[in-house]
Each structure stands twice: as structure tokens, then as C-alpha cells.
Write a protein that binds this ligand. Structure first.
Ligand code: DAH
Length: 342
């Protein structure tokens, strides 16, 4: 029997498994109740009584060895499985690039506008996106029956008294002038809302920047020169700007601002409606009624104001021909602005 035990010790020492089937064979042979070791324990009964104690010790040793070996084999199979399932991991490869985000083009324009006007002495002001009728319409000289006050143009939140999502950043002009006497030189970028169908040129949510300058002796020439300078800073020396006579309740005289189309370079495209010019906003001399509504003496002070679209500005600057791209979150679009940095 001792020879048999010795042979089994050696067999155990050498045993290797490479899969679950082989492990199971090992278990059946050495561990199970029908295995060789149990069989040897049963043989003890036939051994001479004086040998039994020593044989029992030897067999228990063998049993311990088998159980330890079994644990080791289970562990080695687990290690093997883990390393084969990640065999596509090549630790010698150089690390992949880290994908940094990019500044959204609208944010880039927003920041650039603040920078350009900041250098001309304009501070930044802000107002609420949910506005009352006074700041969005009445103080801006809108007559009671003006079409902008209708449901089809404005998102109303409450009626009587009217509370709405602001339709333009001109409401911030009122908020600033109510609080501050001239000289006022302020820029108000912000989000605005209009009840409009979404298309390549229009959206129900978009952004504007409002420019307001009120002081003694401010004239239309100041408005023109400031916007001309701004356009050159924003779009480069070759840009052309033109003022088209227009009407707004809060300015007199009023003008729409056009920028030469930088998308088609004047050849004609869907954004400039084949005219070579893109309207970027409105402007004019602040109507004396508006100054008076805010407690500013219109005999002493005059001012100019303008409101331009951030989306329109970004479309011209980056040659984007569909405004919907700004809000679709398509990574292929956004990635193209990586170079703008943070
Ligand atoms: N608030 C006007 C709009 O959203 C734009 C505008 C026109 C703003 C003339 C002005 C201005 O400050 O003077 O259509």
C-alpha cells in the first residue's frame, strides 16, 4: 500500500489541467467519494492492526495534498481564463489620445463679441429670460395692438398680467436704463424665444446680443462706426456692412444691419437668399419715449441701440449654412471647432 501512496504523491505533484473537463477528471480520481484515496482508506480495514496508525497518517497526508492541489488547479484555470479573455490588450502599445471637448461655436462667438465690445468700453449686462410685458414690450414703445404681442409670435406663460419668454434682448436695455443714468455703454448677450417654425434659417430658441450706448451727443454716426469696427474685428478687413432703413417701435430712425455674405462670397446661396447680403440684426437711435419710460431725460441724452443674432454671426464666421446644426449635438459637426480651444 505504501508503494501505491508514493506513486499517487508523484502523480499529484505532476498533475496539470487545461480545461474544466480535465479538472473534473482530477476531482473524480482524487477527491470524490469513489476516488482512489477513499478506496485506500477503505483498504485500511484489511491492514494489520499495528500498521493501521502509520498508514492512516500517510493516507491523511495524501488526502490533504490532493485537496490543496485541487484548489491550486481551480485557481490556475481562473487565471488562464482571465488572461485569454483580455488577449486583445496589448500593453506595449503607446497610449491612445485623450478626447478633449471643443468650445461650442455659439459660445466662441458669445465670448468674442464680449471681447470686442469690451475693448470699446462696453460692460456686460443680463436680464431674466422670463419677462413681463413692461420690459419686453410696453417700455420699448410697442403699441398695444402690435403683432409681436400676439400668441403666434410670443410664448406666453401667463395672461393678464402678461408674462412671456422674452422675444429679444432689448428687454435688458430697459432693465439697465431703469437702474442706471447715462453714460451707459452696455452689451447684453442672451437667449431669446419666438414661436417660429424651425428651419435652416430660423429657430424658436436662439441668441442675440444687444448693444446700448446712451450719453450726451450720441449720433447715428457713432452707431455706424461702432458696428463697422465690430464687423471688421469679427469677420476680417474685407467684410462689407450696410444699413437699410427700417422700423422698430423702440428706435427712430431705425436700420437693419446687413453683412456681405461670407458663406458664398456674394455668389448667392440659401442663407443670403441669393442677394449676397445677410441680415444680422436691427439698430437705430433710441426713441425718446423709451428713454423717458426709464426715467432718462431725452432732452439731455441720446443713444443708439442694436440687437444682433449670435447664430447668424456664427453662420457667417464659420460658413455654416444650416442653423439647426447648432442644437443637434452631432459630434461630427462639433468636433470641427476643436481648434477654437477652451
Ligand atoms: N429687438 C429687435 C429684434 O429682435 C432687434 C433690434 C432692433 C434691437 C433695433 C435693437 C434695435 O436694439 O435698436 O428683432
Amino acid at each position: 500500500m505504501l508503494d501505491q501512496v508514493k506513486a499517487l504523491h508523484q502523480e499529484l505533484e505532476k498533475a496539470q489541467v487545461s480545461n474544466q473537463d480535465e479538472l473534473e477528471s482530477f476531482r473524480l480520481r482524487f477527491i470524490s467519494r469513489k476516488g482512489v484515496i477513499t478506496e485506500l482508506f477503505q483498504g485500511l480495514k484489511q491492514a494489520a492492526p499495528e500498521d493501521r496508525k502509520e498508514l492512516g497518517r500517510v493516507l491523511n497526508e495524501l488526502k490533504d495534498q490532493a485537496q490543496q492541489k485541487f484548489k491550486n488547479l481551480i485557481h490556475s484555470l481562473e487565471v488562464q481564463a482571465a488572461s485569454t479573455s483580455s488577449s486583445d490588450l496589448d500593453l506595449t502599445l503607446p497610449p491612445g489620445g485623450v478626447n478633449l471637448g471643443a468650445v461650442h461655436p455659439l459660445s466662441a462667438i458669445w465670448e468674442r463679441v464680449i471681447e470686442i465690445f469690451g475693448r470699446m468700453g462696453f460692460n456686460v449686462s443680463d436680464g431674466p429670460e422670463i419677462e413681463d410685458d413692461w420690459h419686453n414690450f410696453t417700455a420699448l414703445n410697442f403699441p398695444p395692438n402690435h403683432p409681436a404681442r400676439e400668441m403666434q409670435d410670443t410664448f406666453f406663460i401667463e395672461k393678464d398680467p402678461d408674462i412671456a419668454l422674452r422675444t429679444h434682448t432689448s428687454s435688458v436695455q430697459i432693465r439697465v436704463m431703469e437702474k442706471q443714468q447715462p453714460p451707459i455703454r452696455t452689451l447684453s448677450p442672451g437667449r431669446v424665444f419666438r414661436n417660429e417654425a424651425i428651419s435652416a434659417r430660423a429657430h424658436c430658441i436662439f441668441h442675440q446680443y444687444e448693444i446700448l450706448y446712451v450719453d450726451e451727443n450720441v449720433g447715428f454716426k457713432d452707431l455706424k462706426q461702432t458696428l463697422f469696427h465690430f464687423a471688421r474685428e469679427m469677420f476680417g478687413k474685407n467684410v462689407k456692412i450696410r444699413f437699410r432703413p427700417s422700423y422698430f417701435p423702440f428706435t427712430e430712425p431705425s436700420a437693419e444691419i446687413d453683412i456681405s455674405c461670407l458663406i458664398c462670397q456674394g455668389e448667392g446661396c440659401n442663407i443670403c437668399k441669393y442677394t449676397g447680403w445677410v441680415e444680422v440684426g436691427g439698430s437705430g437711435m433710441v426713441d425718446p419715449n423709451v428713454l423717458e419710460n426709464c426715467g432718462i431725460d431725452s432732452n439731455k441724452y441720446t443713444g443708439y441701440a442694436a440687437g444682433l443674432g449670435i447664430e447668424r454671426t456664427a453662420m457667417l464666421k464659420y460658413q455654416i449654412n444650416d442653423l439647426r446644426l447648432f442644437t443637434q449635438n452631432d459630434i461630427r459637426f462639433l468636433e470641427q471647432f476643436r481648434s477654437l480651444g477652451f
